[in-house]
Ligand binder design. Structure first.
Ligand code: NAD
Ligand code: DAU
Length: 342
């Protein structure tokens, strides 16, 4: 199978390409990525070395640019397309939503149109639990939960989901959607909670916990998410939506304290700061449909997975240095200075 992955130089896309190359030896992976601030070719340096020009091809391009998308489809003629490409950080969407509309909505529509015209046989739209909104203290999101996105990021992802579903219903385009909870693992961009807190602690800088620190996320190891996407690609029903979760609900403060413990750093580094506007309180995923239809279940336990992840960041300082650009530092400075977060 020839599989085109968009956003393959990001956190989950790069882990997915590595995962997929270890499945069927005859499969070929094409990575189409714009290389935004979050896209880092170094995430795939090992893959590039082992498979470039043979089972792995990189093509720089923008999913919102019709001619670039048509060109990559024409050149590589993939059987399947998996759309990981996105603006993915909620805080950035609060700061400036327009890139989220351009990539997540216009980009997905552009990709869908081109893939339909090219006769792509399977399309997987990578979505998020955030499209369902926010939970109270009990209950879980199922695929039947009405969409109720509350940040510009999740609103743009929900729009992409609706467009994908519309292509299935209107054009019988063989698309399906996967929705996953918070990922952690190697190669995550250091604006997200776990690598950001790691970097702050490593530099003995304050760890800014939003609000009361009791917001809950359901953490899944990125490798478990990749396995879910692979199962959806190879066994999923066109038109279906599949939830994936890690069965690991933790409050933010629990996660931050655990990171400090693993790093042997003091809890006095923690600062409770002004909350994220519109901060969703709790996410939890019912993934029984994926368990039943795809045989999905997460295998990584959160505590050991988190320790391994922190050790990976400790052992790869050059990776962290390579991804920390001027543009990234400028955003971090502006965001955390706002409302005296830091
Ligand atoms: P990321 O920010 O680490 O990577 C995004 C990648 O997309 C980067 O390589 C970037 O260069 C590329 N990209 C951005 N705009 C592009 C464009 N217009 N054209 C082509 N490439 C473009 O994101 P991530 O955390 O790996 O998330 C990947 C996908 O998974 C996203 O769709 C996100 O919504 C979804 N998701 C993420 C999580 C999570 O916890 N990180 C959970 C559920 C779903
Ligand atoms: O749930 C899936 C989503 O998870 C994905 O769709 C998004 O792409 C991904 O970014 C992630 O969104 P979150 O907003 O949950 O992730 P983030 O790492 O930004 O924050 C996790 C929690 O930690 C959240 O409740 C906010 C809190 N937080 C985050 C940062 C960066 C803090 O308290 N302090 C911080 O400095």
């Amino acid at each position: 199978m020839r599989i085109l992955v968009t956003g393959g130089c990001g956190f989950i896309g790069s882990n997915f390409i590595r995962f997929a190359l270890n499945q069927n030896p005859s499969d070929v992976l094409i990575n189409f990525d714009k290389l935004t601030y979050a896209g880092n070719p170094a995430n795939l340096a090992d893959v590039e070395k082992a498979h470039s020009g043979d089972r792995y091809f990189f093509c720089r391009g923008d999913i919102a640019d019709r001619s670039e998308v048509l060109a990559v489809l024409e050149e590589y003629r993939p059987d399947a397309v998996i759309n990981f490409a996105a603006e993915s950080h909620v805080d950035r969407s609060i700061h400036n939503a327009m890139p989220f509309v351009t990539t997540n909505i216009v980009g997905t529509q552009t990709l869908l149109e081109a893939c339909l015209a090219a006769g792509v046989e399977r399309f997987v739209q990578i979505s998020t639990d955030e499209v369902y909104g926010s939970l109270g203290p009990t209950g879980k999101f199922s695929e039947q939960t009405p969409l109720d996105p509350r940040s510009p990021y999740s609103a743009s992802k929900a729009s992409a989901d609706f467009l994908t579903a519309a292509f299935y219903h209107t054009h019988a385009f063989p698309a399906l959607i996967t929705r996953c909870s918070n990922n952690y693992g190697p190669y995550q961009f250091p604006e997200k909670l776990i690598p950001f807190m790691f970097r702050q602690a490593a530099n003995n800088q304050p760890l800014p916990v939003y609000g009361d620190g009791l917001n809950v996320r359901d953490w899944i190891h990125v490798e478990d998410h990749c396995r879910g996407v692979w199962l959806a690609l190879t066994k999923g029903r066109p038109g279906a939506v599949y939830n994936f979760g890690g069965d690991a609900e933790r409050s933010n403060i629990e996660v931050v304290k655990r990171i400090l413990q693993i790093m042997d750093k003091p809890e006095t580094l923690i600062r409770y700061v002004k909350d994220r506007p519109g901060h969703d309180r709790r996410y939890a995923m019912d993934f029984s449909l994926a368990a039943r239809e795809l045989g999905f279940s997460p295998v990584h336990a959160f505590e050991s997975g988190l320790a391994e992840t922190i050790h990976w960041y400790q052992n790869n300082p050059e990776w962290l240095d390579s991804i920390v650009s001027g543009a990234y530092l400028e955003f971090i400075k502006q965001w955390y200075a706002k409302d005296q977060r830091l």
